[in-house]
Design a protein around this ligand. Structure first.
Ligand code: 6PG
Length: 509
């Protein structure tokens, strides 16, 4: 145990990968931290990291071995950050802290990927016992260590207390270029630039926004994977060749962390076999639930997010590995010939444009979802600000987010990103290649659920009359569910006795 000589600024419960790196980041920025973890090995790893990074200097991180010691080592009112798995562990630790003597003005900050409705429920449950605040964190372990994107929400009093700390440790963006300011070495501090930490709103809103961030992350990753599969299976390209394409794309409109790491993954060789590692990784995707929550929320709110939902389904179908192996031998694909090598360059360009347009649609769906949820919950979300805090630190960081921020700065109440002049213009410019890429993939029998669902979303959204008129007729036919008429005021419902067509009767006023 390394005990603090004086009271610390902030206490941590949970020193796993994220907790440990957030602590080291806070310490770099001059805050004193005391940490507790039930797992002594994790506390030891934290101390070892501090020892390795500080060299000959004194210990900069303090640890303790009970919740009571944690509270006794902190300045008052206590400020405690939880870095524990979402779900029951959060409530478990909250109860332990209450038992250890937490007071009504103490602040507990949940930094996990909690379900946003759990956060709302917790704020009520713990009212009068302590203040439950939340800060959704994106950026993985490197982000946590050198600058994450932070989405804080809840009690404004708690935000005032924690703001200087979060502002200090967050990723920073160069205001002139809109690009991240790199910080990669321990001990390094970036005091300039715009911090990727902004107060989102009342309880639950920060976790909702992070959930949608992850839904977009799922869609973005899936779209990139589809481009990879077309290049691999239809264009017969090697992993190195595909990595080179991604590197090239990363210098243009598609510049993003996810494209960059995809190139790195494809270029990595397995140390055991010397094979490209990606060919050895089993094609069964995992998921922890945030993409699913986003898709469920979109369905509950009646707000279409098909590309996000398809990304969740794509992970599900990937898990049916044994069935797919069987089916691959039984189910015929198209007989279409694969393209000639001479067409490759043009086809890669098609994929690039398709990925870009589909990406715009995936983000449009995510932002629309946040807008719809905000209306429902009475939150006043600042979408330009949200796009800005995603420009650096988080997993979906991309140059593209500056254009989204610009769109919401042009029009705060934008109904849908697709209605913004810039994005409408971009899709109109690149859509013909998008359509060709989807059509070609379908002719070759290569699945592109993300690229095609985004295209259908785009085409549905721009279609004045959808076939829902027939659908309403079907519903009325078999279930007397009634419909509105185009020639009568909206809201008035009609039902037809289908055995005597042409004799509509008013169903409800
Ligand atoms: C982030 C990530 C992070 C985590 C996801 C992974 O923003 O830092 O989104 O939250 O990597 O939870 O989710 P899956 O395991 O569901 O892919």
């Amino acid at each position: 145990m390394a005990a603090a000589a004086q009271l610390c600024d902030i206490g941590f419960v949970g020193t796993g990968v994220m907790g440990k790196n957030l602590i080291m980041n806070l310490v770099d920025n001059g805050f004193t931290v005391i940490a507790f973890d039930l797992d002594q090995a994790k506390l030891n790893a934290l101390m070892a990291q501090d020892a390795a990074e500080r060299g000959d200097g004194p210990a900069r991180v303090y640890t303790c071995n009970s919740y009571t010691d944690l509270l006794a080592s902190l300045k008052r009112p206590h400020l405690i950050v939880l870095s524990v798995p979402a779900g029951d562990p959060v409530d478990d630790v909250c109860h332990k802290l209450i038992d250890a003597g937490l007071q009504a003005d103490d602040i507990v900050v949940d930094t996990g990927n909690s379900l946003w409705t759990d956060t709302q429920r917790r704020e009520k449950d713990y009212e009068g016992k302590f203040i439950l605040f939340s800060t959704a964190v994106s950026g993985g372990e490197v982000g946590a260590r050198f600058g994450p994107s932070l989405m804080p929400s809840g009690d404004p009093y708690a935000w005032a207390r924690i703001k200087p700390m979060w502002t200090a440790i967050a990723a920073k963006v160069d205001p002139a270029s809109g690009r991240p300011i790199e910080r990669k070495a321990p001990g390094e501090v970036v005091a300039r630039g715009e911090p990727c930490a902004a107060y989102i709103g009342p309880s639950g809103s920060g976790h909702y926004v992070k959930m949608v961030h992850n839904g977009i992350e799922y869609a973005d990753m899936q779209l990139i994977c589809e481009a990879y599969q077309v290049m691999r299976d239809a264009l017969a390209m090697s992993d190195e060749e595909i990595a080179a394409v991604f590197r090239h794309w990363n210098d243009g409109l598609l510049n993003s962390y996810l494209i960059e790491i995809s190139a790195d993954v494809l270029a990595t060789r397995d140390s055991e076999t010397g094979q490209p590692l990606v060919r050895i990784i089993l094609d069964k995707a995992g998921q922890k639930g945030t993409g699913l929550w986003t898709a469920v929320s979109s369905m509950e709110l009646g707000c279409p997010a098909p590309t996000i939902a398809e990304a969740v389904y794509a992970r599900s179908i990937s898990t049916l590995k044994d069935q797919r192996v069987q089916a691959s031998k039984l189910l015929a694909g198209p007989a279409t010939e694969r393209p000639a090598a001479t067409e490759r360059e043009a086809l890669i360009q098609q994929l690039h444009d398709a990925l870009y347009c589909a990406k715009i649609c995936a983000y449009a769906q995510g932002f629309d979802l946040m807008k719809t949820a905000a209306r429902e919950q009475g939150w006043s979300l600042n979408f330009a600000e949200i796009a800005k805090i995603w420009r650096a630190g988080c997993i979906i960081r991309a140059a593209f987010l500056q254009s989204i921020a610009d769109a919401y700065e042009r029009k705060e109440e934008l109904e849908n990103l697709l209605l913004d002049q810039y994005f409408a213009g971009q899709i109109s410019r690149y859509q013909s290649n998008w359509r060709r890429a989807v059509a070609n993939a379908s002719l070759w029998g290569v699945p592109v659920p993300g690229l095609s669902s985004a295209l259908s979303y785009y085409d549905s959204y721009r279609t004045e009359v959808l076939p829902a008129n027939l659908l309403q007729g079907q519903r009325d036919y078999f279930g007397a569910h009634a419909f509105e008429r185009t020639d009568k005021p909206r809201g008035k419902k009609f039902h037809v006795e289908w055995s005597h067509p042409g004799r509509p009767v008013v169903k409800h006023g």
